[in-house]
Write a protein that binds this ligand. Structure first.
Ligand code: NAD
Length: 472
């Protein structure tokens, strides 16, 4: 049975870009339909940010219990903690389920119709949706918001299957791999590699660049490298994966080392985390007449594509491939469609890596600022001098907060931090940069004691030459 529908706004993709766009459209009184085949929440809620952070949290908790069982240095003791991977996966799935159901309720409250199905465009404004319950619906929309997201990159010589897995499958494992080889030492590779190490896997990382986390500067990644070394994660940097080999009932990763020689590592599972790419195939993009920007859909500062009334947001439109960027664009696009004057022009977009310890980067690093011709001053506050960090067993990992400001007017250009729990500082960092704060604004805002945020104020004081809790 085929049905026809019209609407003011059709959103394709129910991830962290698409669903906020649809909610905001609904709030603005626009007749809105959102279509997604894989359920609401997209990669972020179902296969990415949320399940991985649940997994990382559980791994850290288990590691702490094991540590406490071995050495009760806080006056606490536990005996023989056990890890049940199926139980962990079940708990994580429960968190995901709660959140995706919540998204459904929010859409309903905003009077948005959610259709579970796959949309294929015939032209820029018309698509056919094959629904999960076998219906075919033709939708013609006045406005279309494309939010189809991204998917994991597969290595052509080592596709997913058998013991070669991507992050989605890594989060579904019901048995802990004894030997895990991670290909790609970027965000996903290190976040998950560290979590598996905490749970007891032997972890090796094979990374093509000469360092892990190559998008961050050396000073910032040093504490993470220290953790990896202390916890016996084998790092093979400057090495390129070449393929998975099955021999004698065992799996090996073959890679080329820095000298061009082939090496191999035994693996129960090989986790490939070598990047993500936009989902541009299988939904009729080629019939829509849009311009492209490399692999991404080209947009302007209002997220408008080359076709009037067609907008695109999130991972589909380019770097950074971060959920919160997609969410910001989603809200903005809804308001643009409703006739509001909006422009996507953030000063910076914060990035957080949930490694051990965590990393936060907002704005320019000192080297990036210098490369742009800025004369800068910097201030650094070690978390070893933070009372709050010490009460949470932080500070001993080499963590710090670092601020980079323009020398002439003290406007803050970048803020970076590494340490336990520093991800929670990212909002204050982003706010400071977005509002054009100067060092004096940060130093002059009273920060609560005892919290890690004091480290931020101290970094500004350090840049001004008069920190209180470290020697100038
Ligand atoms: P990434 O780009 O962060 O890292 C991929 C790494 O793989 C790179 O360091 C690259 O040098 C390496 N590599 C590529 N080919 C290789 C080969 N043949 N052999 C060895 N190494 C190889 O990509 P990712 O970790 O897959 O993450 C994908 C995206 O997801 C990122 O763009 C990131 O923005 C996003 N993400 C964000 C978060 C977060 O915000 N906390 C977490 C996970 C993912």
């Amino acid at each position: 049975m085929s049905k026809s529908r019209t609407c003011q706004v059709l959103v394709v993709g129910g991830g962290p870009g698409g669903y906020p766009a649809a909610i905001r459209c609904g709030q603005l009184g626009l007749d809105t339909i959102i279509v997604d085949k894989d359920g609401l929440g997209g990669t972020c809620l179902n296969r990415g940010c949320i399940p991985s952070k649940a997994f990382i949290h559980a791994a850290s908790k288990y590691e702490e219990m094991v540590h406490t069982a071995e050495k009760s240095d806080m006056g606490l003791s536990v005996s023989a903690p056990k890890l049940d991977m199926a139980g962990l996966t079940g708990w994580k799935d429960g968190v995901v389920d709660k959140l995706t159901k919540g998204v459904g309720q929010l859409l309903k409250a905003a009077k948005v119709e959610a259709i579970s199905g796959w949309a294929t465009f015939r032209n820029a404004k018309t698509c056919t949706v094959q629904t999960e319950n076998g219906e075919t619906i033709e939708i013609t929309a006045e406005n279309v918001i494309l939010a189809t997201g991204s998917k994991e990159v597969e290595l052509p010589f080592m596709p997913f299957g058998g013991n070669v897995i991507g992050s989605t499958e890594a989060l579904e494992l019901t048995e802990l791999p004894k030997d895990l080889v991670v290909v790609g030492g970027g965000y996903i590779g290190l976040e998950l590699g560290i979590a598996f190490r905490k749970m007891g896997s032997n972890v090796s990382v094979v990374e093509a660049a000469d360092t892990v986390l190559p998008s961050y500067d050396k000073e910032l990644i040093r504490p993470v490298q220290m953790w990896l070394k202390k916890n016996k994660v084998a790092l093979h940097t400057g090495c390129k994966a070449k393929g998975a080999v099955e021999e004698g009932g065992e799996t090996f990763l073959e890679y080329e080392d820095g000298k061009g020689e082939t090496q191999r590592i035994k693996a129960d599972k090989i986790l490939v985390a070598v990047g993500r790419k936009p989902v541009t195939e299988g939904w009729g993009l080629e019939n829509m007449g849009l311009d492209m920007d490399g692999p991404f859909v080209k947009i302007d500062e209002q997220c408008r594509t080359a076709m009037r009334g067609v907008y695109a947001i999130g991972d589909l439109v380019g770097e950074p491939l971060l959920a919160h960027k997609g969410t910001a664009q989603g809200e903005l696009v809804a308001e643009v469609i409703a006739g509001h004057k909006r422009r996507f022009d953030p000063v910076s977009i914060a990035a957080v890596c949930f490694t051990e310890p965590e990393l936060v980067g907002v704005g320019l690093s000192p080297d990036e600022a210098k490369a742009k011709g800025e004369a800068i001053i910097t201030g650094k506050f070690p978390l070893a001098a933070s009372g709050r960090a010490l009460t949470m067993e932080g500070g001993a990992d080499g963590g710090f907060v670092r601020i980079t400001a323009r020398e002439s007017d003290h406007v803050v250009l970048g803020i970076h931090a590494v340490g336990k729990h520093v991800s929670e500082l990212s909002g204050e960092f982003a706010l400071a940069i977005e509002m054009g704060a100067r060092l004096e604004d940060i130093a002059g805002s009273i920060h609560v004691h005892p919290t890690l945020t004091e480290g931020f104020a101290e970094s500004a004081l350090a840049a001004l030459g008069h920190p209180i809790h470290i020697s100038a």
